[in-house]
Design a protein around this ligand. Structure first.
Ligand code: PBG
Length: 323
């Protein structure tokens, strides 16, 4: 049949498909999030995230080096603290000998070239499970900024290469930039969780850290999932305040936001494939309903195709080692 245009000709073989492929995932695209706990030789599985463990520092360093060997340039650290260390002001977050600070130092000793990203937010340290100070049921913005700025400096002192405020307080990027510069850390970067939505997809992460809000929800600071234009406003503000990179989180349900930002701002864009995105695919995989790794890889390609320059993913090491 005469049919001059046959799109299938471009899919005829693996070789031709490779030539015309528009998007490729590379190990260098990833930041690998890791949970750290006290102890030695501890590998404590996160029940809702098959294949993800809370690791003691020794095992975490070993895993991070394996990821680096697979080409992953960065890890992001989240400390799982004992409840006795949590208080309303997240004081443990600035302890120079805190779990997070010791982990950063261990990593920088063992793998100085691996970039270490640390999360700036009160929730893993807060007895209220919120990202800011809670007073009379409200999250107090401006006083929280002082805590976040001190936390960022403490992380930089420990050796963090990039600090990543995930708290969604107004003005935090500027406050952190000022504090870092005052303390002589002008080369420590800021990856701002700029468009972070109040999402149901964070459930398994909060299990992993036991960091769920003890009262209320995070809707007065994290964004409404219904809003896309607001993401641009948040990103523009963070860039003005000095963010070096911005983030959209979660990723898969917000591909339109990633794509909008890609066409409007010129800073690097990160996307976070969060715990719930990982957990739901693995849950289906365990039932034999999906091929978990293939599905996660397809999601990651979609995130990159939408415009993300880098992706935080719990599947990073698995995917990098497979490539
Ligand atoms: C805390 C923080 C959260 C995540 C990263 N940093 C949870 C939250 O805001 O409640 C979620 C990550 C994930 O679900 O994988 N500020």
């Amino acid at each position: 049949m005469p049919l001059p245009i046959r799109p299938r000709r471009n899919r005829v073989s693996a070789a031709v498909r490779a030539l015309i492929r528009e998007t490729a995932l590379a190990p260098a695209d990833f930041i690998w999030p890791l949970f750290v706990v006290e102890g030695e030789g501890v590998r404590d599985p996160v029940a809702s995230m098959p294949g993800v463990d809370r690791l003691s520092r020794d095992l975490l360093v070993r895993e991070a080096k394996e990821a680096q060997a697979a080409g992953i340039p960065a890890v992001a650290l989240f400390p799982a603290l004992d409840g006795s260390l949590k208080d309303p002001l997240a004081k443990e977050s600035v302890n120079p000998d805190g779990l997070l600070q010791r982990t950063v130092r261990d990593l920088k000793d063992a793998a100085p070239e691996l970039a270490v990203v640390t999360d700036v937010a009160m929730d893993p340290y807060s007895s209220d499970g919120h990202d800011g100070i809670v007073r009379n049921g409200e999250i107090v913005n401006d006083e929280t900024l002082e805590i976040l700025a001190a936390m960022a400096v403490s992380q930089a002192e420990a050796g963090a290469d990039i600090v990543a405020p995930s708290d969604m307080m107004d003005g935090r990027v500027g406050a952190i930039r000022d504090a870092l510069d005052d303390a002589g850390f002008e080369n420590v970067g800021i990856l701002a969780y700029s468009a972070k939505y109040a999402s149901a997809f964070y459930g398994p992460f909060r299990d992993a850290l036991d960091s769920a809000p003890r009262g209320g929800d995070k809707k007065t600071y994290q964004m409404d999932p219904a809003n896309a234009r607001e993401a641009l406003r948040e990103v523009e503000l963070d860039v003005e305040e000095g963010a070096d990179m911005v983030m959209v989180k979660p990723a898969l349900a917000y591909l339109d936001v990633i794509a909008d930002l890609r066409s409007t701002v010129d800073v690097p864009i990160a996307a976070y494939q969060v715990s719930g995105e990982y957990a739901m695919v693995h849950a289906a995989g365990e039932r034999g309903w999906l091929d978990a790794t293939a599905t996660l890889t397809e999601m990651l390609i979609a995130i990159k195709r939408a415009g993300a320059d880098m992706i935080l993913s719990y599947a990073a090491k698995t995917v990098a080692q497979a490539s």
